[in-house]
Design a protein around this ligand. Structure first.
Ligand code: ZN
Ligand code: ZN
Length: 365
């Protein structure tokens, strides 16, 4: 047997290939040759499959990724159980294994030790890594998660949970909607395939296509297209720079359904301690990245650097005043409020000036 074949993890490889192939083939054959289904069954089961697909993806992004891998917020035991239950049906491995691998990805991004390093090629980062014994058998190292009894339970009984939630549950819902087979194939097999592809894009396309506003050191990128396809995970440049922030899209209008779901969970008491990075820190990273190209120039020394400092300082002052305002007495409130307004006006004026300077720096370069 050649060495290449010996390296293949056949159980994962066959599942990743056969699940979509059999699901599509079975669906096509059934739709052509059977007359035991109705249009309304197809419609309702597809609708259920679509909702289940979104929930499956959110349980991975909100659960496996932002909760278990990064601990960017704390979740009520009930929410943890819901997330672990739904995510088992994604067929992406247990939360424990997934999170352990993902932490290695962040720690060793782009190096040989990164299990899904983009430097080994797009295919490797997307799916290829899972087909190799070498990456599938990476030892688990996540002592904090091993102590979590629900995470440990999902890991120990993963085979049962994944088949139960991934295939049996959709088949039961399909049966209740009038067609067990369509439930199994559409909301089971096809949904698993689509949700897997959405997650896999974060490891491949997010390290290939997009902008690098916060750091150019590594390959992670921000891309709106990937963000839409992955429920908010496409702000990957930001995420790799500030991995403990529960948001990936930092502005309220940035497309990040995972962030909104966490906020909703917090609103109804199922999540708390949502971690965010101070805006001044984010700004610092952004301005530094914008000026990297000009570090050696005179223009940087004379114009860009002093203004950079001014912007950061006015933002830090604003953040300090905001904290003071929360604890201030009634008499002090008005004074702090007007100081906050001044800091904000200064900040906005400096930012305008910054944009003009960056434009002219690019013209001169
Ligand atoms: Zn990444
Ligand atoms: Zn991450």
């Amino acid at each position: 047997m050649s060495k290449k074949i010996q390296k293949i993890c056949w159980s994962v490889t066959l599942f990743l290939i056969l699940n979509p192939v059999i699901s599509v083939a079975a669906l096509v054959v059934y739709l052509i040759f059977s007359n035991s289904y109705t249009a309304s069954q197809i419609l309702w089961i597809t609708l259920f499959g679509a909702v289940f697909a979104v929930l499956t993806n959110l349980s991975i992004t909100m659960g496996y990724h932002r909760l278990f891998s990064h601990k960017s917020y704390e979740a009520h035991p009930l929410l943890q159980k819901i997330l672990l239950f739904i995510s088992a049906g994604a067929f992406q491995g247990s939360a424990l294994k997934w999170s352990s691998d993902h932490r290695i990805h962040h720690k060793f991004e782009d190096t040989d030790r990164d299990p899904y390093s983009i430097n080994k090629g797009f295919w490797h980062a997307h799916m290829g890594w899972m087909m190799k014994h070498e990456s599938v058998s990476l030892p688990i190292h996540a002592p904090d998660l091993e102590k979590n009894k629900w995470v440990a339970h999902q890991h120990n009984y993963y085979g049962y949970w994944s088949i139960g939630v991934g295939y049996v549950l959709p088949a039961i819902v399909g049966y209740m909607l009038g067609n067990l087979f369509l439930g199994l194939v559409i909301a089971g097999g096809l949904r698993i395939f689509l949700t897997q592809q959405s997650t896999f894009l974060v490891n491949s396309l997010s390290h290939t296509m997009g902008k690098t506003p916060y750091s150019t050191e590594k390959t992670a990128k921000d891309s709106l297209i990937v963000t839409i396809l992955t429920h908010g995970e496409g702000y990957h440049n930001f995420h790799h720079k500030f991995q403990f922030d529960y948001r990936n899209g930092i502005r309220w209008y940035h497309w990040d359904p995972t962030k909104w779901s966490i906020q909703l969970a917090a609103l109804i008491g199922l999540a708390n301690k949502l971690k965010t990075v101070q805006f001044s820190e984010i700004l610092k990273a952004r301005l530094q990245t914008e000026t990297e190209k000009f570090y050696q120039s005179k223009f940087y020394e004379e114009k860009l650097n002093p203004l950079h400092e001014k912007i950061i300082q006015s933002q830090i002052r604003f953040e300090k005043l905001k904290t003071e305002y929360k604890n201030a007495s009634r008499e002090k409130m008005d004074q702090i409020k007007s100081e906050m307004q001044i800091a904000q006006i200064e900040f906005k004026a400096n930012m305008k000036m910054w944009k003009v300077l960056i434009r002219s720096a690019h013209r001169m370069a």
